[in-house]
Design a protein around this ligand. Structure first.
Ligand SMILES: Nc1ccn([C@@H]2O[C@H](COP(=O)(O)OP(=O)(O)OP(=O)(O)O)[C@@H](O)[C@H]2O)c(=O)n1
Ligand SMILES: C[C@](O)(CO)[C@H](O)COP(=O)(O)O
Length: 376
């Protein structure tokens, strides 16, 4: 699902008194990263803008945890913090999310976004499944649980109606759904998830770490790519984003960079997202002579929007000529740049086919590549 004029408003101005532990809970680490950074990361590729609402005392902590993110100061209540954040929102829709819910699954966010296409407000929730009692130390009564829901975030809204609702609301509210409803806005319930736990008490940190570990071990992908381009007239070839002088050129609709095409296909393969022709059809004149780096960047962005980072790339060019060795370092650097990777995660190597076959006869260049993706 592509972003379209949508802001993520993260409320992180609370003190986390129930969580204890000194450092406000949203800045404590989860899987080695601050909780608030993970909450923002969960929305990668799904929003166009991010506004982080912080407590004035937490400026240094927030800047260290979320460098480059736009920040505003919050208020004493959650509703007040949301109002402060809304003043900085410039998009048509807004997703308001607790910094304390770092494990929100993508399908929960996508459910809210999809519902906003049909109405002004939507929020995820889970039906109450346990029996409900009233009482203090002994049970004094039971409560019918039918029609009761456990509210979660992100809560999504069309920005203007929500602003109006907040302007008209007096006092504090548990969440923005309460504010919106008080102003007459209908709110659609979308599917929540048990994984979307709100870190509230000390025991929640261990619970969240366990969830993190389960996710990390589960989400690992491998993709492979293979491509061939035929030699034609020309005085150079583009290989892995580098111009290599040669007595012949490679034929193709774009710049015919067989290396970048192969790596791009490997990323799409790992995502089960078809191949380069699916996303950039050769029948489309706009890709004539196109620089192939943009295809690779699209595939990497798509991986990020699915919650994956690239772990490494291994690419083998198959040809007799030109010689790849003198250019391999430049190729690794260019591929690393395009994919946002450290160079030591990119391998570019070459082999001949001992003068056998089309590559051996110098009719073209083949390439194969493997790419590994890990969940972020
Ligand atoms: N004045 C406030 C209060 C809460 N929040 C944010 O709203 C979210 C949900 O609140 P909660 O989990 O209750 O956090 P705290 O208020 O920090 O917790 P506590 O009540 O234990 O102090 C959190 O991300 C919190 O930082 C906020 O931005 N401004
Ligand atoms: C908004 C919220 O996350 C919905 O469940 C929740 O109400 C905020 O936290 P609090 O513990 O109620 O302050």
């Amino acid at each position: 699902m592509a972003p379209s004029d949508r802001t993520l408003l993260i409320v992180a101005a609370g003190r986390g008194t129930r969580a204890g532990g000194g450092l406000p809970k949203q800045y404590r680490p989860l899987g080695g990263r601050p909780i608030v950074a993970r909450s923002i990361q969960a929305f990668d590729g799904l929003v166009d803008d991010v506004v982080l609402v912080i407590h004035p005392d937490d400026k240094a902590l927030a800047e260290a945890a979320c460098p480059g993110v736009r920040m505003v100061h919050g208020a004493q209540t959650r509703s007040g913090s949301v109002r402060a954040g809304l003043a900085a929102v410039t998009t048509d829709t807004v997703l308001i999310h607790d910094a304390a819910r770092p494990l929100v699954p993508r399908h929960v966010i996508e459910g809210v976004i999809a519902a906003l296409a049909h109405g002004p407000a939507a929020a995820p929730a889970l039906p109450v499944t346990d029996a409900l009692w009233r009482g203090a130390t002994t049970v004094e009564g039971t409560q019918d649980r039918s029609g009761l829901w456990r509210a979660q975030t992100p809560q999504g809204f069309h920005t203007q109606p929500l602003r109006a609702a907040h302007a008209a609301f007096e006092g504090d509210a548990a969440d923005d759904v309460e504010v919106a409803r008080a102003h007459g806005l209908p709110v659609v319930i979308t599917p929540g998830s048990d994984d979307n736990l709100k870190i509230t008490t000390p025991g929640d940190f261990d619970r969240a770490e366990r969830h993190m570990r389960e996710r990390t071990t589960m989400d690992f992908r491998v993709g492979n790519g293979f491509d061939v381009h035929r030699f034609g007239d020309g005085d150079h070839v583009m290989l892995c984003g580098v111009r290599v002088p040669h007595g012949r050129g490679l034929q193709g609709h774009s710049d015919a960079d067989v290396g970048l095409h192969t790596i791009t296909d490997a990323v799409y393969g790992a995502l089960a997202e078809g191949d380069i022709g699916t996303h950039f059809p050769p029948s489309d004149p706009q890709w004539k002579g196109a620089e192939s780096g943009q295809f690779l960047r699209h595939a990497v962005d798509l991986a990020a929007s699915r919650g994956f980072a690239i772990a490494n790339v291994d690419c083998t060019l198959i040809c007799e000529m030109p010689k790849i060795g003198p250019h391999a370092a430049a190729m690794r650097g260019r591929v690393a740049d395009l994919m946002g990777l450290e160079v030591d995660r990119v391998s570019v190597k070459a082999t001949t086919t001992e003068r056998l076959g089309f590559a051996g006869r110098g009719e073209g260049i083949a390439c194969q590549a493997t790419v590994a993706l890990v969940s972020k």
